[in-house]
Design a protein around this ligand. Sequence first.
Ligand code: IMJ
Length: 256
Amino acid sequence: MSKLLEGKTALILGVANKWSLAYAIAQAFRREGADLILTYQGERQEQSVKQLAADLSVTRVVPCDVSQDAEVDRLAEMLRSEGDPIDAIVHSIAFANREDLSRPFVQTSREGYLLAQNVSSYSLVAVSRAIAPLMSKGGSILTLSYLGAVRVLPNYNVMGVAKAALESAVRYLAYDLGPSNIRVNAISAGPVKTASARGIADFNTILNHVAARSPLRRNTDPAEVADAAVFLASDLGRGVTGNVLYVDSGFQIMGL
Ligand code: IMJ
């Protein structure tokens, strides 16, 4: 079978290290023949993301702090000047203050709430608005969510509210961009031990719980998330927009 993303160019935001879901997605997109552009946030990540890009034979690596409109605009301008249409965007970015992921949610400050919304939810709107004009052949925008958007998961707190807004933004963006044949979806991944899970209280307990109770009786492998991302970015996903696809060993269907 021919490669699913041959001839397509994808922008991937959120590769931080080799455990990142965005990195697994980048690997799968390369396997399927896509050209990639990776972004990183700040100088602290520059060298490590450039090394990962080299490992993927990706030459285009651009800084972009998605909380800064000017940086999002600069990214779009750079892509526009290269002239290549963009076919896919993968948004795999979230941030909340660490204290807000451990104290009771009711104690969330206005500042902490807005920070989580800004980086984890509004950034999808900002990136979509800036890059959609470059998706001249239509395209696929994908973001990453988590079950905490729709259920209460202890400690997920302000991130759950941000992911709820993110999933709603997926639907409104899908409606707005549908006439341009740009599809917008989320993958809600089961828990994976990435840098985003580091230091989260009882994370191993959560992994063990999912492995014991989910229909597939195991945890989510980043490669499974990545293959679903390939589907959504490819022509195979052409009828799917505004959706949240659970790639979670089936855990989400369980009551008790
Ligand atoms: C995060 C917090 C609490 C429970 C959690 C998570 N579970 C999972 C995560 C069960 C799977 C990871 N996740 C889905 C996230 O969206 C994490 C976001 C995040 C993580 C951190 C840690 C370091 C920090 N800020 C963060 N902001 C967002 O300082």
